[in-house]
Design a protein around this ligand. Sequence first.
Ligand SMILES: O=C(O)C1=C[C@@H](OP(=O)(O)O)[C@@H](O)[C@H](O)C1
Ligand SMILES: C=C(OP(=O)(O)O)C(=O)O
Length: 433
Amino acid sequence: MDKLKAIQPIKKGLSGEILIPGDKSVSHRSVMFSGLCDREVKITNFLHAADCMSTVNCMRALGVSVKELDENTLIVKGNGLDGLKEPAGIIDAGNSGTTLRLMMGILSGQKFLTTFTGDASLSRRPMGRVINPLSQMGANIVGRQNNKYLPITVIPTKENLHGISYKMPMASAQVKSAILLAGMNADDETTVTEPYTSRDHTERMLTGFGVKLKKSGTSITISRVNKMTPPAEIHVPGDISSAAFWLVAASIIEGSDVILKDVGINETRTGIIDVLKDMGADIQLLNVRDEVEPLADIRVRYAKLHGTTFGADIMPRLIDEIPIIAVAAMFAEGTTKITGAGELRVKETDRLQVITDEFNKVCPCIEGLEDGMVITGGQKDNLKFARCNSHDDHRIAMALAILGAAGVGVEIENSECVNISYPTFYEILTHFE
Ligand SMILES: O=C(O)C1=C[C@@H](OP(=O)(O)O)[C@@H](O)[C@H](O)C1
Ligand SMILES: C=C(OP(=O)(O)O)C(=O)O
């Protein structure tokens, strides 16, 4: 039985500095791409959390050496671009959509068989969105319910993959990445076009490994890759999706003035900063610097927020932040309307449904829409202590914790799932009084 977590209200606000752990998306990719090279790559500030460990275990099962120098420092040594080996058993992708979808792209051109499983949540998530375009490239991937769900097997094909030009029905970095990674093994050019630009970590990191990509608007083109030349070291920036919980907590808890250290500010990820600023938040970027990914320290102070409206065009830039933005909206004066968020229905949970069901237990102020929600704000004095359920969704658990900390406290059932992306989250939260 998972632990019930009691969260106390924070009275004095957030202060000092919070060191933000490594970015989950960049951590996954750093291990995958390094594992396709034939020399050692050192990865620093790697996110040691359950999702990224699913990727580490997957790469190990495929014959890649991954040594852990300490919790956040890895040495990855692969056997070259054609050096992955057939795994001896079934690979468990756990809770991680990124692991499963990107690995399908990498494995679809390999000459061996791989079978994946995952947890109950991942087994409900749609995989046809990756299997369909990869099949058009000549991959042979089968899954439950007519190739839609886990368990999934990637079957070797006799023919090489061929390039396609694919217009994606949704903005998704996982789908885009899977197609580009398969495209590295295809005989001719592969082009993928998104309705809106999603996070571009794959494109940036592949470029850092010497892979040539052409970008035009929201289209990316890749050709067969014969060799990857890794940097000696990859430093993973702090995860803005983890920083998001403190950005909102400090914005809504009076007396807060805190600095979030070493946060990745790649513009395909900073939608949360734009939306919070639009709501009146006091956020300053300090010490901005540019590595493979841009980084900054972020100062955030309590401010009186007001409601806002946003939709599909900004959604890929804040897709994982909707639960915590909903919390900000509950404290903001006026109404917040979010549309174009239908993708939230196919995350670890149906996040639109879970936000409406669980946050309304604390204060019934959220009306669900088919592709979003309307939140009536100004609820600070109307919150009641409730027992809520994360439904085993890490981002819901953390958003509920901030809702409780900024209000009158909360109890969270299935609270341990924060280990998926932010194992030290509760420890940091309880530093503040
Ligand atoms: O590529 C990635 O690392 C991710 C892409 C997003 O998913 P989609 O591609 O399904 O939108 C995001 O929600 C997920 O947390 C991580
Ligand atoms: C959706 C998420 O991750 P994934 O798709 O990799 O499971 C997330 O971390 O919020």
